[in-house]
Ligand binder design. Structure first.
Ligand code: SF4
Ligand code: SF4
Length: 390
């Protein structure tokens, strides 16, 4: 007699978000009105049946532009109740949880706002305590903004590097494991990396936010049924601002370790210019995206994803704002506290990164690679952007 594993059978049952995403995709695959809207619909038409991994792939291709919701003749109050962005958002959140490492902390995604607040407060307190223990006088002293003066008097260099490196490496490992798990789920093998065309096309789409531009440049339904490119511009400001800040940190590390030039750096030095431009970009982008999130209509969105979205934006805004504040007060007596607060929120970001909406970036890029690999394999790649109907 065959073994009867009830627990396994129950855990293999599709979840409610998966069932709803499958129902919606089956209706869309029969309708196909939105075929030219984004990468989701061409990818959908390559499937006859929607396995769990295929749905995860489609969910992560969607960036919730809401175009198909406002165009859909079967959207609520129609009895079919088709709401693609909401269904795919719910499943996307579930895919973040399913692939998290270590698995028990997956529940953090749905409690991001609370976790980020507690973690930020704890990290700021921890850094302040560290500074007070090391050299309490330096915390409130006036600092000279000259190389070698300032930052390392407040927080010892070795402590700063040890904490930053440990948390960053942990986050990078957790993200890498999640990425490998997700790649397996959507059926993307390591071999795809040897096919440079899908990878390059995915990078191009991600770097240009191609599908946030709409099919003919008029943009997306950012907050309601009208079209605009506002979300794309704010997203660019935030993403490229983040990249510039990362480049500023990397440049500072090279200056320090390779050339022996310790921080702080002059106002027009490369790390400061990169960090200032990047910080301003992040502030503008984060505030703009928060405004769109809070002003947008609720119907096409998943309430469960709104919390993680807002929490990450607030954290990124806090990193950029405290970084710019630190630059402004670096030769005053409040520099020590400003440094501790900035390092505290950066530390909180590193810790929460693998369990926050940040994973959207790498999952979406991976889904785009599979999308282009599928199109290559089916010989159906269209080099020009698809166009919207109607
Ligand atoms: S979202 Fe609506 S209109 Fe668009 S393909 Fe699906 S069912 Fe058709
Ligand atoms: S919400 Fe936008 S990105 Fe998502 S499936 Fe609809 S048209 Fe595509």
């Amino acid at each position: 007699m065959q073994d009867f594993d009830l627990v396994k059978m129950l855990s293999d049952l599709p979840s409610a978000p998966e069932l709803e995403a499958r129902r919606v995709m089956e209706v869309c695959n029969a309708c196909r009105y939105c075929e030219g809207f984004c990468a989701v619909f061409p990818a959908m038409t390559l499937q006859r049946h929607f396995a769990s991994g295929d749905l995860s792939h489609l969910a992560n291709l969607c960036h919730s532009c809401q175009g198909c919701y406002y165009a859909c003749q079967y959207a609520p109050p129609h009895e079919f109740g088709i709401n693609v962005p909401k269904a795919l958002s719910e499943l996307r959140l579930e895919s973040y949880e399913q692939h998290a490492w270590p698995r028990p902390v997956a529940a953090l995604y749905r409690k991001n706002a609370l976790i980020i607040s507690i973690l930020s407060a704890a990290c700021i307190t921890g850094v302040l305590l560290l500074a007070a223990i090391f050299n309490g006088d330096a915390l409130f002293a006036k600092h000279a903004s000259v190389p070698g003066g300032g930052f390392y008097n407040v927080i010892p260099y070795q402590a700063m590097i040890a904490v930053a490196a440990t948390t960053f490496l942990y986050s990078a490992l957790a993200l890498a494991i999640s990425l490998v798990r997700f790649s397996r789920t959507i059926g993307l093998g390591i071999k795809v990396l040897y096919q440079h065309v899908p990878v390059l096309r995915a990078l191009r789409d991600a770097a240009t936010l191609r599908y946030l531009g709409g099919s003919d440049g008029e943009g997306c339904n950012d907050a309601d049924e009208t079209f605009s490119t506002t979300r794309r511009k704010f997203h660019h400001a935030l993403a490229y601002g983040f990249g510039l800040c990362f480049a500023a940190t990397a440049t500072g590390t090279i200056y320090d370790h390779m050339f022996g030039w310790p921080a702080p750096y002059a106002l027009f030095s490369l790390p400061v210019v990169l960090g200032t431009v990047g910080g301003i970009g992040m502030v503008v982008g984060a505030i703009g995206l928060l405004w769109l999130k809070l002003a947008g209509e609720d119907a096409p969105r998943s309430p469960a994803l709104l919390g993680p979205d807002v929490a990450l934006l607030v954290l990124l805004l806090a990193i950029a704002a405290t970084g710019l504040l630190l630059l402004a007060v670096r030769s005053t007596e409040v520099m020590g506290v400003a440094l501790a607060v900035h390092l505290g929120v950066v530390l909180a970001f590193f810790l929460v990164m693998p369990y926050s909406k940040f994973v959207h970036g790498i999952f979406r890029l991976t889904a785009l690679v599979r999308h282009h690999a599928d199109r290559e394999a089916s010989n159906g790649f269209a080099s020009s952007p698809p166009t919207k109907k109607g």
